[in-house]
Ligand binder design. Structure first.
Ligand code: IYR
Length: 231
């Protein structure tokens, strides 16, 4: 049967190939926008990377909400190329620590250049990673590349990086401390986390309450003038 062809060339009756829905913006009165932006800054400005964790258990549900939030990140072609593996089992965390420390020993003893070691000195880091066992949960974030059940992703590092930013922000505002640990190379994480080869670990994020006596380096953030250019 003949279909009516609209001037645009689309059959009047056909469902569009790529449906759209109305946008539901978060409407904020203009008069409140700055105060809200500032309030969020005040929360985020208190975030510090912590290396001394308490073994205090995590409150129920927070990690799940943080991962749901991380998974709202924009991604290239909306492929959502991320996997979040939550390790809470002490034996898995022990294996993770053992393998990560083996890589870190190599890094500090041989792989890192003198320039890199000098840049790290103020942070007081070394090969020892007790937090991988002390923190009640460690989230290992994988990039998901093309595989039997996954399409080719685009802008994978950018997409996963944005999602990890949201993960850290959500956990922080729920009162939890995090650390982005990036052991290199990371292939051992496929085995520790039971993940297939198309998944490539990109971040190891211990999550928990800071130890009561936790101290952090006396770092300063760059000022707005140092980081922003207005043209
Ligand atoms: N991955 C090592 C080294 C390290 C590198 C950077 I760049 C840091 O900001 C911190 C540490 C480690 O975890 O110790």
């Amino acid at each position: 049967m003949d279909q009516t062809i609209e001037p645009g060339g689309t059959p009047a009756t056909a469902a569009p190939a790529h449906p759209t829905v109305p946008h539901r913006p978060l409407t904020v009165p203009a008069g409140e926008a700055e105060a809200r932006a500032r309030a969020f800054h005040e929360v985020m400005d208190r975030r510090r990377t912590v290396r001394d964790f308490s073994d205090r258990p995590l409150p129920e549900g927070v990690v799940e909400w943080a991962i749901r939030t991380a998974a709202t990140a924009p991604s290239g072609a909306h492929v959502q190329p991320w996997r979040f593996v939550v390790l809470t089992d002490p034996e898995r965390k022990r294996r993770l620590r053992e393998a990560a420390e083996a890589e870190e020993r190599e890094f500090y003893a041989r792989r890192a250049s003198p320039e890199w070691l000098e840049a790290l000195a103020p942070l007081g880091t070394d090969w020892s990673k007790p937090f991988l066992e002390t923190a009640p949960a460690v989230i290992v974030v994988f990039e998901v590349h093309k595989g039997p059940d996954s399409p080719r992703p685009y802008y994978t590092k950018e997409s996963v990086g944005i999602s990890v930013g949201l993960l850290l922000a959500t956990l922080h505002q729920a009162g939890l401390a995090t650390l982005t640990h990036t052991p290199s190379p990371m292939r051992f994480l496929n085995e520790v986390c039971d993940r297939p080869p198309e998944e490539r670990a990109a971040y190891v994020v211990p999550v928990g309450y800071p130890a009561e006596d936790a101290r952090v380096p006396d770092l300063r953030r760059k000022s707005l003038e140092q980081v922003m250019v207005r043209l």
